[in-house]
Design a protein around this ligand. Structure first.
Ligand code: ZN
Ligand code: FE
Length: 252
């Protein structure tokens, strides 16, 4: 059984410190050294690995210092060997990476960046989605096309409904407000009230689940014919519908 500690970093990033009964740990997307190091020391954890979902500074900024302090190994995409600082273990689509007896499947999900990956711990039903799938949103297309991103989201949509989704940023409330601006319904209005309370309490809205994303996240529903009709995009492809929504969000 893995335990997960959410570590707020920078403005709105999350790093995730994960550990087992023996206090061996890995961390996903350490944007910075200090808060992650403090969390590890406070909880008496031995850092063995850093997992990076993609090469952006706000996900790899702590790599070098953590490696120096803990002699841990850095794990990331083979496609980003040149861009992930200090990488030791590089993986491709479908490869399994094991944290002791916890297997994780690597899922290539390009769009935000071309080398973006997710780590899916199938036994624990946990997925780390970086800046590809956010709670109630998705990442900007810095390096990929809408088609790439839509295909990546479809891969994540295929994970079991009860998979917990741990994403790279606390953008959930602003994502929800965007969804409300496109389609206002009871579900999203209720969700916004919940999220406002969490924000007041400074409580992370993470994790969400694949089920919840399917129900609320419009980017996940770009193949939904009812949504297409509401958007006046009845005859458009799923990719075109996704691109339209992404463009609306970019200008929101
Ligand atoms: Zn990013
Ligand atoms: Fe980011």
């Amino acid at each position: 059984m893995l335990k997960i500690i959410i570590v707020p970093c920078l403005n709105d990033n999350y790093a995730y410190v994960c550990y087992d009964e023996s206090n061996d740990a890995f961390v996903v997307d350490p944007s910075e050294f200090k808060p992650v190091n403090k969390c590890l020391k406070d909880n008496n954890l031995n850092l063995k690995f850093v997992l990076n979902t993609h090469h952006h500074f706000d996900h790899v900024g702590g790599n070098a210092e953590l490696k120096q302090e803990y002699s841990c190994k850095i794990v990331g995409s083979k496609l980003d060997e040149e861009r992930i600082p200090e990488i030791d273990i590089s993986l491709r689509e479908g490869e399994l990476w094991n944290f002791k007896e916890n297997p994780a499947q690597v899922i290539e999900i390009p769009g935000h960046t071309t080398g973006h990956i997710a780590f899916y711990f199938m036994d624990e039903k946990i997925v780390f989605t970086g800046d590809t799938l956010f709670a109630l949103g998705c990442g900007r297309l810095f390096e990929g096309t809408p088609e790439m991103m839509w295909n990546s989201l479809k891969k994540l949509k295929n994970l079991p409904d009860d998979t917990k989704v741990y994403c790279g940023h606390e953008y959930t409330l602003s994502n929800a407000k965007f969804l409300q601006s496109v389609i206002s319904n009871d579900l999203i209005n209720k969700k916004i009230e919940e999220l406002k309370k969490l924000e007041l309490d400074k409580t992370p809205s993470i994790p969400s689940t694949i089920k919840e994303e399917k129900e609320l996240n419009l980017f996940f529903q770009s193949d939904n014919s009812d949504l297409k009709i509401q958007l006046n995009m009845k005859d458009k492809t799923d990719e075109e519908t996704f691109a339209y929504l992404r463009n609306l969000k970019d200008n929101f």
